[in-house]
Design a protein around this ligand. Structure first.
Ligand SMILES: *Cc1c(COP(=O)(O)O)cnc(C)c1O
Length: 405
């Protein structure tokens, strides 16, 4: 596989030199909208009309710019893709209908019978299902290593690796992987390196600058930020993204323009939201460490976290997800969660509202109890997606919930 996927922008524009908060607002936006609208229009059209057959043919063959059919490309979706290119410093991006659509499509684009994938035990539950159920059916060998055991991962890569798949920090255990180190090991084998950057967001972590070839997101989460749209996006060099785009065109998990619009709108406040959310995440993690009913707290920002030093080196902020293990397992979980006043109990994350949920009904709902335990996910594990509420209110809410037990 071609190892030289360039992500270098051809020229420096003003937008490349400003802060990421400014880029989130202005990146990818185009001008000249109908009626001088300042906002990206939702172009709700399945197809685009041509009177000149020659022009139509040229656009259809990609010889001239334009749109043909919205499964292939759509003007609203293209603005979202351009915004992600800006934030991930990528040459190209391809948007999908969900995060799982982008993950499965990227894997199916680059994998075929006889290939070998190296990844870790911890990854999003749906991703784990692709590794355990769907890829083996295709004749792809998948090796899942202990998540933070870098030596073991490198040893498996050295035995042969066509694709290295990384998720860091992981959902829901918040384990941290050294992206640069593992990507270098995989590149030495000629592998393609894919990273799920959903938890970190492009604000906190730039995998493409650390040797990763394809960075992907569930846009349903922090990018959209409001739990009202689903989407996914992959970013990387055009030489790779053109293959992913071709897969999307034919397999059809394209993003609809309404969701694209909501995600564009959400991204504009990403920097503001994350600043507040990760400050509160740190406060909640520190409080949880003092709570006697809590067995363990997982947050990469805590100096006691096993991956703290790596996180400090490769992340600008530690993100807005905290998880903790309650003594007494599911019985305590069942009592604690209904006591919370300012939180949804739901299977989602990355929204403006704080959300609590155990792995059983959130990240690993697709897995059996035995599978979760084998993955090191105990029944007392609760994930908090910290919202934008005032920090002191979130800490007080959790305190009163514990006090009422
Ligand atoms: C939610 C999530 C996904 C899947 O995204 P959907 O939009 O729900 O399909 C993938 N990876 C991570 C880390 C997630 O949190």
């Amino acid at each position: 596989m071609d190892n030289q996927h360039s992500n270098e922008p051809n020229q420096t524009n003003a937008i490349d030199t400003v802060g990421v908060g400014t880029q989130a607002v202005w990146g990818g936006e185009t001008e000249g909208h109908p009626y001088r609208a300042t906002q990206t229009p939702i172009v709700a059209s399945a197809a685009y009309g041509y009177e000149d057959i020659d022009e139509w043919y040229d656009v259809a063959l990609g010889k001239a710019p334009g749109f043909i059919y919205s499964r292939m490309s759509n003007p609203t979706v293209e603005v979202l893709e351009a915004k992600l290119c800006q934030l991930e410093r990528a040459e190209s991006a391809v948007a999908f209908s969900t995060g799982m659509a982008v993950i499965s499509s990227v894997l199916y684009t680059f994998l075929s019978h006889g290939m070998r994938v190296v990844s870790t035990k911890d990854s999003y539950g749906g991703t784990n299902k692709i590794f355990e159920e769907f890829l083996p059916k295709m004749g792809v060998e998948v090796i899942l290593c202990e998540t933070q055991d870098h030596e073991a991962i490198e040893a498996e890569i050295a035995k042969g690796c066509d694709l290295l798949y990384l998720e860091t920090p992981t959902n829901p255990t918040l384990k941290v992987l050294d992206i640069k180190r593992l990507a270098a090991a995989a590149k030495a084998q000629g592998a393609i390196v894919v990273a799920d950057n959903t938890f970190a967001t492009p604000l906190n972590q730039s995998p493409l600058t650390l040797g990763v070839d394809v960075v992907l997101h569930s846009a349903t989460k922090f990018l959209s930020g409001h739990a009202d749209a689903m989407g996914g996006v992959a970013c990387g060099a055009e030489s790779l993204m053109s293959q992913v785009r071709h897969y999307r065109e034919i397999n059809g998990a394209s993003l609809d323009p309404f969701s694209a619009y909501l995600i564009i709108r959400g991204i504009k406040t990403l920097a503001l939201r994350m600043r507040q959310q990760q400050a509160s995440a740190m406060a909640l993690a520190e409080y949880l460490q003092t709570e006697p009913l809590v067995e363990a707290v997982n947050y990469p920002g805590l100096p006691t976290h096993t991956g703290h030093e790596i996180a400090k080196a490769q992340m600008k902020g530690f993100g807005a997800i905290v998880s903790f293990v309650l003594k007494g397992g599911m019985e305590t979980v069942t009592k604690l969660l209904p006591k919370l006043q300012f939180a949804h109990c739901a299977g989602n994350l990355g929204a403006v509202e704080t959300i609590y949920g155990p792995a059983r009904t959130t990240s690993h709902v697709e897995n059996t109890l035995e599978e979760r335990l084998a993955l090191g996910i105990s029944e007392g594990l609760v994930r908090i997606s910290v919202g934008i509420e005032d920090t002191e209110d979130l800490v007080a809410d959790l305190k009163q919930a514990f006090a009422s037990l």
